[in-house]
Design a protein around this ligand. Structure first.
Ligand SMILES: Nc1ncnc2c1ncn2[C@@H]1O[C@H](COP(=O)(O)OP(=O)(O)OP(=O)(O)O)[C@@H](O)[C@H]1O
Length: 331
């Protein structure tokens, strides 16, 4: 078993220790759309993930997150472009136990106990962590003798997490890991993931919950219609929508409000006015020096607002492109 590890390590030697954990180059993957055409689930994506990085992949339904993740895991293949995991093919990296996956659905046998499940999967790995240690890490020691069928959705996800951790992977890939968990279970799950991340494990997860990206991922990749529309530190992606909120106490008339610079829209509540602005500094300066406004507070846009704005921009651009294409055909 050690020999296999050594072989794999030897294969990645030429890439050096600083090679990215995952490299995705210009990847395209399409599927039949059921009407004789094809839909590009992943449409020219290039990404690179460093070792030890924690990244969230966000996107609305159908954005291409699962298709991309499946290709990184070697469960599916790019039509064009390439993917490397530790400088080798995704399949090889996964077979070497270097990648652990927790997918949206994963077959668990309902009649086995939690511990039996971990033991059976452990027996399939040539080299794995001790069963007791993995169960402790995943927080399932207390339900070891419970049959899987009687476990809650959250407990089953923790069991899947334990199974993913068994080969002591260097990368963990999670596709909507907390779907169906209540808030407490989600918090507990992410606490455990944070402990895993602290050991230097590369973590890549797809989620619909923006607060999970905000709280847990240093980097966020935002996908829409198969493309990456934002990628960077989560904080920067949040700011990329460009909007912030400036709130003041001010008894202003609409003529005064209409003259303000950099206002996208505004909302009046009693004597308080909140402006959505594309330049909070300039607006705040103007309000404080040129008007009677006071008690100013500035709040950046939330990730959710950035998400809504960026994805709706992308959708508008898509529609524009589709219209241009149609016009091109009819002309
Ligand atoms: N096996 C398949 N056959 C046909 N179309 C597919 C297949 N897999 C994915 N698609 C299509 O590709 C697009 C991207 O799907 P994908 O599941 O990757 O998105 P997603 O971002 O993971 O969505 P969700 O958040 O709903 O899971 C969708 O339009 C989907 O219908």
């Amino acid at each position: 078993m050690k020999t296999q590890r050594t072989d794999i390590n030897t294969q990645r030697e030429p890439d050096g220790v600083n090679a990215p954990a995952i490299t995705v180059r210009d990847v395209v993957r399409s599927f039949p759309d059921g009407e004789g055409g094809r839909i590009r689930a992943v449409d020219g994506v290039s990404l690179s993930f460093d070792r030890g990085e924690v990244t969230a992949i966000l996107g609305p339904n159908g954005a291409g997150k699962t298709t991309l993740i499946d290709m990184i895991l070697g469960l599916n293949h790019p039509e064009s472009g390439s993917i490397e995991v530790f400088g080798t093919t995704p399949k090889r990296a996964a077979q070497g136990g270097r990648v652990g996956a927790l997918l949206q659905t994963g077959g668990l046998l309902p009649d086995l106990t939690v511990k039996e499940t971990v033991q059976i999967i452990a027996a399939l790995h040539k080299d794995h962590l001790p069963v007791a240690e993995v169960m402790e890490t995943a927080g399932i020691t207390g339900i070891a003798s419970r049959t899987v069928g009687k476990c809650s959705g959250g407990q089953q996800q923790r069991l899947r997490f334990a199974l993913a951790m068994l080969p002591k992977p260097e990368i963990i890939i999670l596709d909507e890991p907390t779907a169906g968990m209540d808030v407490a279970a989600r918090h507990e799950f992410w606490d455990r993931m944070a402990e895993t991340a602290a050991t230097g494990t590369t973590i890549l997860f797809a989620t619909h919950y923006l607060e999970e990206a905000e709280q847990f991922a240093r980097r966020t990749v935002l996908m829409h219609s198969g493309s990456v529309i934002a990628d960077g530190p989560t904080e920067q992606v949040r700011q990329q929508a460009g909007a912030a909120h400036v709130t003041v106490t001010w008894a202003a008339c609409s003529a005064e409000i209409n003259q303000l610079p950099h206002v996208i829209d505004h909302e009046v509540r009693g004597s308080t006015i909140t402006f959505r602005t594309d330049d909070a500094d300039a607006l705040a300066r103007h309000l404080l020096t040129q008007t009677e406004a006071h008690g100013i507070t500035v709040r950046p846009a939330s990730l959710e607002e950035a998400f809504m704005q960026l994805t709706s921009h992308a959708a508008t651009a898509d529609r524009g492109a589709a219209t241009a294409e149609t016009e091109g055909v009819t002309r």
